[in-house]
Design a protein around this ligand. Structure first.
Ligand SMILES: Cc1cc2nc3c(=O)[nH]c(=O)nc-3n(C[C@H](O)[C@H](O)[C@H](O)COP(=O)(O)OP(=O)(O)OC[C@H]3O[C@@H](n4cnc5c(N)ncnc54)[C@H](O)[C@@H]3O)c2cc1C
Length: 455
């Protein structure tokens, strides 16, 4: 991982440290399934395939979890989700509860509750509307006000109107979880390769027959593409259209201290989540930056509905990334260096202004955070679909190809569930939930997918 850099801020820009992981050295000649990508979706898929007795090799171009899956806030939540995702998220929560035991490791999962703080009646009305959508799922989410809210998060300096609270939601440690799950998959016989970019696939009779990696070929009958922010480009190389854009989200880490709140919470201009080491992961609420790149034009019509809905939280920016992605997006040959090897780890610069604002907003709301030293800052590129719901699906046009991507900023929590569902789709087992909302074809069959309004 890169050493500390400063980008004009007192706190260094440094990617979060990843748990050590021992990868395999030797490429297998043949497996049943190759998983592309060592984020939470890919490692969970490999784990469940290996548990089902399927031979599997996972190829990661950089290090396990080095992109979104180690950079996120670490919230594991049902609350605030699109109802299309709720059945899968409920399953995923059950898997998180068993995960440490399943992999004989530490993912940091703890059930500590999540709180959405509301300053105004309009905020409350929005949260109450979500409760209505979630009612059929009989969650423990509820509105709390007054003393009940003070008991959950003592010491507020701002007068909250109330909050939406889910006691059974929780957190896990992004820098531990995917490496622990990958190690668990290896114990069950999966091969896990790092610094091993997949350049493309091979077919026979129109079906997947193998992958070409920078280290050689692996024959296989199925491929699961869990490439995060790279899945759209990988699909383009296969002649498949996957509308996907990236948004930049910045985070910082507060040093450990005693007496801070246990539940994670989000309020106007801040969000916090306690870490296993007693420190906090801090961000500026839902503020994100969308950089204008060639894909912004390519997929403009697909994303117009979400742009209309989210424009208040989104800052558009034009910069160097436009030219970097234009260069990377050119066609590549399977026997030459691919874009996936050119960028081992996406490590974008955090946006100083967004984080400085959060560092001011947080202690104004909860003075217990005043004058606490920050350790480091980083950012991640979130991959999003036009309806903010992932693709977890086979691809009819290319039998043997499965896609698990587009988690749109909330894939860490649902990752184990997504991995279970992908393994079910590949093996033909009865799927843990109805996969219809996640089908790849929704972008081409006239469905016109849209995000759910007001959640
Ligand atoms: C700042 C931030 C905060 C977030 N907060 C939360 C949160 O609190 N809760 C939550 O649920 N979600 C959150 N998310 C979203 C969550 O992190 C992602 O949805 C999730 O990690 C996506 O996992 P993934 O496995 O799909 O992708 P990734 O973790 O990005 O992994 C994809 C991997 O594929 C590899 N890869 C790509 N192409 C190739 C190739 N051709 N060959 C080999 N390897 C390849 C990449 O190197 C990468 O490691 C947040 C994201 C960010 C950035």
């Amino acid at each position: 991982m890169t050493g500390p850099r400063t980008n004009g801020a007192a706190t260094p820009w440094q990617a979060p440290p990843l748990a050590p992981f021992q990868a395999d050295e030797t490429l297998p000649a043949r497996v049943d399934v190759v998983v592309i990508g060592g984020g939470i979706a890919g490692v969970s898929t490999a784990l469940f395939l290996a548990r089902d007795g399927v031979s599997v090799a996972l190829c990661e171009k950089g290090r396990i979890a080095a992109e979104q899956s180690s950079r996120n806030w670490g919230w594991v939540r049902k609350m605030g989700r699109d109802p299309r995702e709720l059945p899968l998220m409920i399953e995923s929560m059950g898997l998180w509860r068993q995960m440490d035991q399943m992999v004989d490791g530490e993912t940091g999962f703890r059930q500590t509750g999540i709180v959405y703080l509301c300053r105004t009646e309009a905020d409350m009305a929005r949260r109450e509307a979500w409760l209505e959508h979630a009612r059929p799922f009989q969650l423990d989410s509820r509105i709390v006000r007054g003393e009940a809210l003070d008991a959950l998060l003592p010491g507020a300096a701002l007068p909250w109107d109330g909050a939406l609270y889910t006691e059974s939601d929780g957190r896990a440690e992004p820098q531990l979880a995917a490496p622990a799950i990958a190690a668990g998959a290896r114990k069950l016989g999966a091969t896990v390769l790092t610094d091993c970019a997949v350049r493309g696939v091979e077919t026979e009779g129109g079906r997947i027959s193998g992958v070409v990696t920078e280290k050689g070929r692996i024959a296989c009958a199925a491929v699961v593409l869990a490439g995060g922010a790279w899945s759209g480009l990988f699909c383009r190389g296969l002649g498949l259209r996957l509308p996907q854009l990236k948004v930049l989200s910045s985070v910082m880490r507060l040093q450990p201290f005693d007496g801070g709140p246990e539940p994670a919470a989000i309020g106007p201009g801040f969000a916090f989540r306690k870490r296993l080491d007693g420190g906090y992961t801090i961000a500026n609420g839902t503020a994100t930056v969308a950089e204008i790149v060639p894909d912004s034009f390519r997929y403009l019509m697909d994303f117009l509905p979400v742009l209309r809905m989210e424009w208040k939280d989104l800052r558009l920016r034009f910069g160097r990334r436009f030219f970097t992605e234009a260069r990377l997006g050119r066609r590549w040959a399977l026997d030459g260096v691919s874009p996936f090897e050119r960028v081992r780890v996406l490590d974008p610069e955090p946006v100083a202004g967004v984080l400085d604002a959060a560092a001011g907003n947080l202690p104004r709301a909860y003075p217990v955070f005043r004058d606490r030293p920050y350790a480091n800052r980083w950012a991640g590129l979130i991959d999003a679909t036009p309806d903010a719901v992932p693709v977890i699906s086979g691809v009819d046009r290319l039998p043997g190809l499965y896609i698990g991507t587009g988690f749109s900023g909330h894939g860490f929590g649902i990752g184990p569930g997504a991995g279970r569902l992908l393994a079910d789709l590949v093996t033909g087992r009865a799927p843990i939930v109805d996969p219809t909302p996640f089908r790849y074809d929704r972008f081409s069959d006239g469905t016109r997918p849209r995000p759910m309004a007001g959640i």
